[in-house]
Design a protein around this ligand. Structure first.
Ligand SMILES: Nc1ncnc2c1ncn2[C@@H]1O[C@H](COP(=O)(O)OP(=O)(O)O)[C@@H](O)[C@H]1O
Ligand SMILES: [Mg+2]
Length: 248
């Protein structure tokens, strides 16, 4: 069974892309067949991973249920990757319903010869139709926040949207918790989060190794393998895999 995990916060700069990438690397290290999906129109992850001018992208799989297997890129970091491009913003014209987008994507992946254990979705930093679709198609949500107030508010907004809207589409996705990232001590704003946001620990520390890793095109897990950020992400991945497996 393939599990779909969305890394979410509709505020920008909260650490979603860094976390989604780190989880793909650690899940692959733990032997999980993992697909990392760029669901954003800025396609920053696609840029970071050095994929240029991809022909088929996440947009095509959201738009049609016919799967273009050639869209999947193998990475040296041992996970598979589905790149994005700016066309994904066309979905915000709402010509396709949330359910159609989610079903197209799942049907496309179901055509794949050997299924993935995990699909990790790097989601947009906007409360858009595309954002909603990524939330709808995920079975598991992981919130990611810095201590900035706008970022904490993004988690609260996400939980409100999930409660208010997604319920009407079927079983609610499971909230894995909220991961504090870029942590450097004072985090009093995190106290604004209720207990149902399930604050996770350890927090991911702030470290310049993340920027250095971005410049190298690799995850911080590979670029600074035993640094504090890599250790914290591996611990998170282990916890998430345990938590997810206990849900079946
Ligand atoms: N643990 C960290 N320490 C230092 N910088 C970080 C850390 N995590 C992310 N960053 C930096 O913060 C910026 C935003 O991170 P990103 O993952 O792209 O956020 P989002 O996808 O939510 O917009 C990036 O420039 C990244 O290098
Ligand atoms: Mg991002």
């Amino acid at each position: 069974m393939t599990r779909f995990l969305a890394v979410v916060n509709p505020a920008g700069g909260t650490g979603k892309t860094t976390t989604a990438h780190a989880l793909a690397v650690s899940f692959a290290e733990y032997g999980q067949r993992t697909l990392l999906v760029d669901c954003t129109s800025s396609a920053y992850l696609t840029f970071l991973l050095g994929v240029e001018n991809p022909r088929d992208t996440t947009f095509d799989l959201f738009q049609n249920s016919s799967f273009a297997e050639s869209a999947i890129v193998s990475t040296p970091e041992r996970f598979s990757f589905l790149p994005s491009d700016s066309r994904i913003s066309y979905l915000d014209q709402r010509e396709k319903s949330l359910t159609e987008i989610a079903n197209n994507f799942k049907k496309s992946l179901a055509n794949f010869d050997s299924p993935f254990d995990f699909v990790i979705l790097d989601t947009p930093s906007t409360l858009s139709h595309t954002w909603m679709a990524t939330l709808l198609l995920a079975d598991f949500h992981l919130g990611v926040t810095t201590a900035a107030l706008g970022s904490v508010r993004g988690i609260i907004q996400t939980q409100e949207v999930v409660d208010a809207l997604l319920k009407s589409y079927g079983p609610s996705p499971y909230w894995l918790g909220t991961l504090p990232t870029q942590s450097s001590g004072d985090a009093s704003t995190l106290e604004l989060l209720g207990s149902d946001s399930k604050l996770l620990s350890p927090a991911i520390p702030r470290s310049s190794s993340v920027l250095r890793a971005e410049l190298s095109g690799k995850s911080v897990l590979n670029n600074d393998n035993s640094g504090s950020v890599a250790v914290a992400y591996r611990e998170l991945a282990y916890f998430l895999l345990e938590d997810i497996s206990s849900k079946n």
